[in-house]
Design a protein. Structure first.
Length: 537
């Protein structure tokens, strides 16, 4: 069907597709190439031009490295972005010569014109809904049910990532309504003792209650600190130094699903971007008053919250950390404040552990520059342009990337019902002020899910999908830290100042600052470099 449509309509057929894809079409007669990637970047597609007249493309960077004489020079701006955001931005990858085809884009190349020329075929629509909110909720319920039905079509067993959060729970209920009796959920859990420092809200009780209510099986993977043996393996499959411990949790869930002969899993990815589910949206919406303060008062506010013990154990430590994170960028302009909320580590702290030679390679670029360019070129204003950034940068370069790569590593296909085109085109046309009410996120979506998802799940605070990496780094991974980032290894790589890196770790260990994600990112970068720069396996 795809080939037939392309032959009949050319690349004009691509916007008609509804689903995840990354494909290439070679026309032997005209010696021309067409590349295309789905609107949200669910599937990866990399390309490079190692010499004039040559273009290489693949779904994995590892394949491109097999080209003889391939230049493995790193993109230092992308490495900085990984340290700050945990992922690269725009079309960058951690290798200077390798780019990603952006989501919603196609590209043409031919032997007679050997330059890869890109064209965007899809962009988020502007809000233009003029109906009643009640009608919008009814329409959204219908499109979601239809999307799940489409995603359930398979000749192999289909299961679901069931975290116990609102997004995955809604998908699970809709799926169970059309599934056979063997429909199964998969969850990852870690003991309470592992959660002393990170203070992640537990998912398992909610997931278990929903599974019991629906009469379905729930398989649970226990996540422990033995990740040291798995981490390097995960980085190899990621292709990029994506510094999020959620990748390890996702890999283990997918691996368990494969062991239980369930090679397709539905995921709740995308709902937070469509319906403004991240805390940063309400933080930006409810703290706009900060910008009316004088620069001096805002600086005093930042200095005050920076005194909070950000890495203290227990509930109080988690609360201090959230307040500090929400206000640490209060003395910046709106765009920088938002991007600071998006970051896993403060940019100034990332710069603080770099060598002068690394900084020179940046040539005055910062981790924020690509996102700032995207925000400033947006046709939207306010929260809408922040949501566009997350749809076009964060979702494809982070969440969807690790979900797809970890699934493919074990032969599991992750499907994303929330990114069905009917759902997306509908959701993005609703007024964005329907999505937030004070500190409550996803207001419209919650109305859609009410009566379908149990009230206990509807009421729970958002809990990100992660792992207790702070506790691991503080107590369990000393040996790994001292090995991977030994003084000799750090000085040989030349990226980090060894003494500054150790000071950042000591501040975290003492509870004075929460720089554990920066540590995780530094470890990830070194593991990635050993695979993709040094040629290790």
């Amino acid at each position: 069907m795809l080939l037939q449509g392309l032959l009949e309509f050319g690349d004009g057929f691509i916007p008609r597709l509804n689903g995840m894809f990354a494909f290439a079409l070679w026309d032997r007669a005209s010696r021309s190439l067409l590349l295309a990637r789905d609107p949200f970047g669910i599937k990866p597609l990399y390309y490079c031009a190692p010499r004039a007249g040559t273009v290489l493309f693949a779904s994995e960077i590892k394949a491109l490295l097999e080209y003889p004489g391939f230049d493995r020079a790193p993109d230092f701006t992308a490495l900085l972005q990984h340290l700050v955001f945990c992922h690269a931005s725009a079309d960058r990858t951690a290798l200077k010569g390798v780019k990603r085809l952006p989501p919603g884009c196609l590209a043409h190349w031919s032997a007679s014109d050997p330059v890869l020329r890109q064209k965007r075929y899809w962009a988020p629509p502007e809000p233009n809904y003029e109906g009643l909110k009640a009608d919008a909720v009814t329409a959204l319920r219908h499109s979601m049910a239809t999307a799940v039905q489409r995603q359930m079509v398979s000749d192999v067993p289909v299961g679901v990532f069931l975290s116990g959060g609102l997004d995955s729970s809604y998908i699970t209920v809709l799926s169970k309504n059309v599934a056979d009796s063997d429909f199964t959920g998969f969850n990852v859990n870690f003991p309470d003792a592992e959660n002393l420092l990170d203070q992640v809200d537990p998912d398992l009780p909610y997931a278990k209650n929903l599974a019991d209510h629906l009469g379905m099986q729930l398989h649970v993977t226990e996540l422990g600190h033995s990740v040291a043996d798995l981490w390097s393996h995960v980085v190899w499959h990621l292709d990029e130094p994506l510094a999020d411990p959620a990748a390890i949790a996702t890999y283990l869930v997918c691996k368990q699903a494969r062991e239980f002969k369930t090679p397709v899993l539905l995921s709740g990815q995308g709902a937070d971007e469509l319906f403004c589910g991240y805390p940063r949206y309400w933080v930006m919406g409810t703290t706009g008053w900060i910008e009316s303060l004088s620069k001096r008062l805002r600086t005093h506010l930042v200095n005050a919250v920076n005194l909070f013990p950000a890495a203290m154990e227990g509930r109080a430590g988690g609360a201090f950390r959230r307040v500090r994170r929400a206000l640490r960028g209060a003395n910046q302009d709106t765009e920088h404040r938002f991007l600071d909320l998006c970051s896993g580590s403060p940019q100034e702290e990332a710069f603080g552990v770099l060598t002068s030679s690394f900084v020179e390679e940046l040539d005055r670029q910062t981790a924020f520059d690509d996102c700032l360019a995207q925000l400033r070129s947006s046709k939207y204003n306010g929260l809408m342009r922040f949501r566009e950034r997350d749809l076009c940068v964060y979702l494809p370069n982070h969440n969807l990337l690790y979900t797809d790569k970890m699934g493919m590593a074990v032969g599991v296909e992750a499907r994303i019902p929330y990114l069905d085109m009917e759902v997306v085109e509908q959701a993005l046309r609703f007024p964005i002020n329907w999505m937030l009410r004070g500190p409550q996120t996803k207001v419209l979506f919650r109305r859609c899910a009410r009566g379908t998802v149990p009230d206990s799940i509807m009421r729970r605070r958002k809990a990100g999908f992660t792992a207790p990496y702070r506790k691991w780094l503080r107590y369990d991974l000393h040996e790994m830290w001292n090995d991977v980032l030994s003084e000799r290894a750090v000085r040989n790589r030349g990226w980090f100042d060894y003494d500054s890196l150790q000071r950042a770790r000591q501040k975290s260990q003492a509870g004075a600052d929460d720089l554990y994600m920066l540590q995780w990112a530094a470890l990830t970068l070194e593991l990635w470099a050993r695979h993709f720069l040094d040629g290790g396996k």
